[in-house]
Design a protein. Structure first.
Length: 322
């Protein structure tokens, strides 16, 4: 009790502050998302995401070398196909953009973990995360295509498979096909508690994946629910997920905390495009101190319980840390 207890005592000296810090960010915490497109020598900035680019494979490989030289352990890839159709054929084409990108990175960059996002929305002409009958996304039929997509990524050399579609049963479908085809040692990082979120807006610019009609509320979660998130995570673990993800991150810190507390699995959190763009935009306007808010947003995600953070700030954060 005051005056015996003075919590400020440990705050005066910066070295003491460092000594009592409870949470620290390290380079190993980060996963860097990248967007890959067809063509050559392309590096095109995404309008709503300053510092984020669509890159052709040659540029992507250069970027991956840079990422790896900073010590960042992993990237996650999103593809922009040459053409889109009703059933998202390029998603599971062995010559598709992701499959080409993975092969090139694995050949040319040592010591970088390549994670691939598995979903249909970048590849379908309607922009939905699965195959449609009228306006309904068919769950089980979509699972078959997601499994094919995951297998084609593993065959190309992906180190971790990350399904982001939120179909029921897709982790089991992916685990089954990977095991049957000899990829029993490839981990699955499931987007287990993925919310239907307005914060994905800039990503849909970057990945050109905005749905042509409707929204994603029939498969992504309602932002009001957290008990349901625990059920989603539990099912994904039962189906074989090795790492579970909560997405978005900053607005869902309670979900990260509860998932980590309850299951204790390696837990990832995705600081999504809208979280990034808001900090960038306010920073560029001089309304906030961007590096400071960036680090604060990341430490909060770690403090909530995340073991890994997928973030467009990965390179900036790591440069600040060193
Ligand atoms: C694909 C996918 C999305 C994101 C990651 N994988 C978009 C969506 O569900 O619409 C969002 C990532 C971000 O906003 O940074 N299903
Ligand atoms: Zn999708």
């Amino acid at each position: 009790m005051f005056p015996t207890t003075r919590l400020r005592r440990l705050r005066y000296n910066p070295i003491i502050r460092d000594m009592v810090r409870e949470t620290t960010l390290e380079v190993n915490d980060f996963i860097y998302p990248l967007f890959v497109c067809h063509g050559e020598k392309i590096k095109k900035q995404v309008g709503s995401m300053p510092g984020v680019y669509q890159m052709s494979v040659d540029k992507l490989v250069e970027e991956c070398k840079d990422v790896s030289s900073l010590g960042i352990p992993a990237v996650i890839l999103f593809g922009i196909p040459k053409s889109k159709d009703e059933v998202g054929s390029e998603a599971y084409d062995e010559h598709g953009i992701i499959q080409q990108a993975v092969r090139s990175i694995k050949k040319e960059v040592k010591n970088l973990v390549v994670i691939t996002d598995v979903c249909m929305c970048e590849y379908t002409s309607h922009g939905h995360c699965g195959v449609l009958k009228d306006e309904e996304i068919l769950n089980d039929e979509t699972n078959e295509l997601l499994a094919k997509e995951a297998l084609s990524h593993a065959k190309a050399g992906a180190d971790i498979i990350a399904p982001s579609d939120m179909m029921d049963g897709r982790v089991a479908a992916i685990r089954k096909i990977l095991d049957e085809k000899g990829f029993q040692n490839i981990p699955i990082m499931s987007y287990a508690a993925k919310y239907s979120s307005g914060y994905y807006g800039p990503f849909r610019d970057a990945a050109e994946s905005t749905p042509k009609f409707g929204d994603r509320r029939s498969h992504q979660m309602d932002s009001a629910n957290v008990l349901e998130a625990l059920r989603e995570v539990e099912l994904d673990i039962q189906e074989g997920a090795d790492i579970v993800m909560v997405k978005p991150a900053g607005p869902y810190l309670d979900v990260i905390y509860r998932v980590k507390e309850k299951f204790g699995l390696p837990t990832a959190a995705y600081q999504v495009s809208g979280e990034y763009s808001m900090i960038k935009a306010a920073g560029q306007n001089g309304w906030i101190d961007e590096p400071r808010v960036m680090m604060e947003s990341l430490i909060a995600i770690k403090r909530a319980g995340a073991d890994m953070i997928l973030t467009y700030f990965a390179k900036d954060a790591v440069k600040l840390l060193s």
